[in-house]
Design a binder for this molecule. Structure first.
Ligand code: FAD
Length: 540
């Protein structure tokens, strides 16, 4: 059994920021499912949005965020994120994060701010096209330098431990006591802590095609839901229109800038199709492009479409897209001479565990920040580059609140007075049928892609729910009979997240933002509210 003051599950931008802020007030354990670099954060390309110039202001940033969110953003949350954002950027700079700079006409050095889709001003700080990797690297360095922080790689949280779960303090509100954790040697041990921060990131792996790395299986959302916290708005999954289609090129995004420079989308027979969907053709908004590609693939039964920029001069292509050119060559495609196969890919999970303005969940001392949280910032669609900012703001707020509580409260009240049971493996044996896990994993991701993807219908959603419930009953049987492995753990979480996405999608009987249902193709103001699922409700 391990004991810490703070247990941080996940070490991307949210978890590392939180760890760094609370470390002066107690011991901190940070868990990483794989290596310490493996996170969505490391992959973030575009940058991080925050107001900094004289022609910009918080009201404009708030308004851009709310327009993207199609009526579902929580206004007070949007306001606090955009107003506190600039301070959080300054903190990143203070730990050594290097954003790109330029010299202006008067020779003064300023930040080279980008403008992205949906932003009315230039406000995106970036480090070339590898902003997330720069942030992850600097945060990691800072946490490694702190004597109170211990890092555990290849270590997965399995489930949260709460007073309710172990049957103590029955007359008190449920509170978190730590988590059962799968260690690299395969053993499961309790990590006990007075405060738990869940910062496990997104859940793109529920879909067959995703821009997310392998760690993004929604573990934190699933764990919190099992422990009793409501989740919200899981129907709003953002899809990126173009990811390279190749078995070995999983997660490789083809930037939208390529369409900006003139790349054309075609069916596999060479036929262009974007003119049928929008007057701006390839330059239509991201959602429309993704939906058009999906539609073409579904009606023609094709596995991918093509993206072609080879009609431009070779020099120009190489000047603008050297990295994409190199990466595609590795998979046998030369963008200067022909088209490349692309598919849309699940990119960002707007929903998550319901938290308040301090990242607090409904369980005492349990916090969630980053992509795993539903704060109310994004509404029905995320504005580009707001997610890194959201993670910073809420990790900071969670840390501040907890630190002030710990300073004022009698700490003795919070120390653990009872024994935490060890993980009980029951009669579980080692499985020799890994194929069951692989098969179910594949089925979930295909069912989600085909039935709960970019364009949904009532029939497809009902079909998906039936499939997922079947798979879940198989997984449950398997889960209790065989020793828990990280694959099995992820499969159980994926299945639950898939179910939550389907249930939220079924509940929203309209089309809004990222949720598009052909049976309810328009917005309906009766649904101008979050889709909240309470675990108690699901048990009925
Ligand atoms: C290709 C790509 C480009 C993007 N570009 C941008 C961008 O330009 N701007 C922007 O704002 N956003 C961008 N995003 C989104 C953004 O990167 C993420 O939303 C953000 O990084 C999430 O941070 P996080 O700390 O919540 O989670 P992550 O960074 O994903 O970290 C999750 C951590 O949790 C750990 N973990 C997961 N499960 C467990 C478990 N069971 N036990 C222990 N540890 C666990 C993982 O190992 C990891 O350390 C992009 C995302 C992708 C995939």
């Amino acid at each position: 059994m391990e004991r810490y003051d703070f247990l941080v599950i996940g070490g991307g931008i949210a978890g590392l920021t939180y760890a760094l802020k609370v470390a002066n007030y107690g011991t901190v354990a940070v868990l990483f499912k794989k290596s310490v670099e493996d996170s969505n954060t490391s992959w973030a390309q575009g940058g991080i949005a925050a107001v900094s110039t004289s022609d910009d202001n918080s009201a404009l940033h708030a308004s851009d965020t709310e327009i993207a969110g199609v009526g579902l953003c929580n206004k007070s949350i949007v306001d606090l994120v955009v107003t506190e954002g600039p301070d959080r950027i300054r903190e990143l700079l203070s730990i050594g994060v290097k954003f790109d700079t330029v010299q202006n006409k008067t020779g003064e050095t300023t930040f080279d701010l980008h403008k992205e889709g949906g932003h009315s001003k230039r406000r995106i700080y970036h480090a070339a096209d590898a902003t997330g990797s720069e942030i992850q690297k600097r945060l990691l360095q800072a946490v490694r330098d702190h004597k109170n922080i211990e890092l555990f790689s290849d270590t997965s949280a399995v489930d949260l431990i709460t007073t309710q779960k172990i049957g103590v303090e029955k007359s008190q509100p449920n509170r978190v006591l730590g988590a059962y954790v799968l260690l690299p040697d395969g053993g499961i041990t309790p990590f006990i802590a007075r405060t738990v921060m869940v910062a496990t990131g997104g859940a793109g792996k529920i879909y067959l095609y995703t821009s997310n790395p392998d760690i993004a299986t929604g573990d934190g959302i699933a764990m919190c839901f099992r422990a009793g916290t409501p989740i919200a708005n899981m129907e709003f999954f953002q899809f990126h229109p173009t990811c390279l289609f190749h078995p070995q090129a999983k997660s490789f995004l083809i930037t939208e800038a390529m369409r900006g420079e003139g790349a054309i989308l075609k069916r596999t027979n060479g036929e262009e199709f974007m003119h049928k969907y929008h007057e701006l053709k390839e330059l239509a908004p991201r959602d429309i492009v993704a939906r058009a590609i999906d539609h073409e693939m579904k009606i023609h039964g094709e596995e991918h479409v093509l993206l072609d920029i080879s009609h431009l001069a070779k020099d120009k292509i190489l000047e603008h897209f050297p990295m994409i050119h190199q990466r595609c060559l590795k998979f046998g495609f030369d963008i200067t001479t022909g088209p490349i196969p692309v598919v849309p890919a699940a990119h960002y999970c707007c929903g998550g565990v319901v938290v308040d303005q301090h990242a607090r969940t409904s369980i005492k001392n349990l916090y969630v920040a980053g992509e795993a949280a539903h704060t109310g910032l994004h509404g029905a669609n995320r504005l580009a580059s707001n997610s890194l900012l959201e993670a910073l703001v809420f990790s900071h707020r969670a840390a501040e609140l907890r630190i002030s509580e710990l300073k004022t409260k009698d700490k003795a009240n919070e120390t653990l007075k009872f024994n935490i049971p060890q993980w009980d493996p029951g009669q579980a044996a080692t499985s020799d049928e890994q194929v069951v896990v692989t098969q179910n994993w594949d089925e979930i991701r295909r069912a989600m892609w085909n039935y709960v993807g970019i364009v949904r219908t009532n029939k497809r959603l009902a079909r998906a729910l039936r499939r997922i419930k079947n798979i879940q009953s198989e997984i449950n049987e398997y889960y209790w009979n065989f020793i828990v492995t990280s694959d099995l753990l992820e499969l159980r979480n994926l299945a639950l997240i898939a179910e939550l996405v389907v249930r939220c999608s079924i509940a929203r009987k309209e089309s809004r933002g990222l949720h598009y249902n052909l049976d309810f193709p328009f917005k309906d103001e009766r649904y101008l509210k979050d889709t909240v699922i309470d675990p108690e409700w699901l048990k009925l």
